[in-house]
Design a protein around this ligand. Structure first.
Ligand code: RET
Length: 247
């Protein structure tokens, strides 16, 4: 726990990021939902999905903050439930904006399947078999790079070329989000596994005090919270900007 104020009360930074996360996701949802009336018909569903992503996150952040405050441990289960709903919805965004250029449902399923594999293997590495977190992390990484491939040079990128300049630009920015913004998560995973940096130092969990394990988990939560704010709100704003250009 980091003490921001010299005297009491102590501010728990991790708890604070859950609080700010809840507020930011709520505010973003209100914005996306209300703006739906100001965009052309054909973009309304895309903006609705942007709002759903931040709304689902807002609800989970509300619970995650409670959980963290009550038990002082990572709300990993809620975290992954949130991701299992919101990451596939981000895949839906890619599908919706390239649909005019002929995107097929098959592409949507490929993206969703890859993201489910990425998240389920990540969950195994964090909760079910943390002693094999390197192996699960690599499997998860493979699915992640497949998504990176699809949006950078695979089907999504190809379709974007035929969907007009604005869509192509938006897809390019979203592809940067996937490559750089989403890379924040494996960073949290690597730094947060109990041995830290995948136990490269070789200390193993046994050699670590409870305090060290707890602080690694807190660091992981802060990194994940930053990642969520950047990616969920950022993704939505890119879509919003696109709707404004195509007005
Ligand atoms: C809104 C939530 C988002 C965009 C979550 C994205 C999560 C990831 C890209 C997670 C990726 C992981 C790896 C690539 C390897 C280690 C395990 C994960 C699940 C943290």
């Amino acid at each position: 726990m980091i003490n921001l104020l010299a005297s009491a009360p102590t501010i728990d930074v991790t708890s604070f990021t859950f609080f700010v996360g809840t507020m930011a996701m709520m505010a973003a949802s209100v914005f996306f939902f209300f703006e739906m009336r100001n965009v052309p018909e054909k973009w309304r569903t895309s903006l609705l999905v942007s709002g759903l992503i931040t709304f689902i996150a807002a609800v989970h952040y509300y619970y995650m903050r409670d959980y963290y405050n009550d038990y002082h441990s990572s709300p990993t289960f809620f975290r992954y439930v949130d991701w299992m709903l919101t990451v596939p919805l981000m895949c839906v965004e890619f599908y919706l904006i390239t649909k005019k250029a002929g995107a097929k449902l098959g592409l949507l399923w490929k993206l969703i399947l890859a993201s489910v594999i990425m998240l389920v293997t990540g969950y195994f590495g964090e909760i079910i078999q943390p002693e094999s977190s390197v192996l699960w992390g690599i499997l998860s990484g493979l699915a992640y790079f497949y998504i990176v491939y699809l949006v950078w040079s695979g089907e999504v990128a190809q379709l974007a070329k035929d969907a007009g300049e604005n869509v192509q630009k938006a897809v390019k920015i979203l592809a940067w989000f996937v490559l750089v913004g989403w890379a924040i998560y494996p960073l949290g995973y690597i730094l947060g596994t109990p041995g830290g940096l995948f136990n490269i130092a070789g200390t193993g969990t046994e050699g670590l005090t409870q305090d060290v394990v707890a602080s690694r988990h807190q660091l992981m939560d802060v990194i994940y919270n930053i990642g969520d704010a950047v990616n969920k709100i950022g993704f939505g704003l890119v879509i919003y900007a696109l709707t404004q250009k195509e007005k």
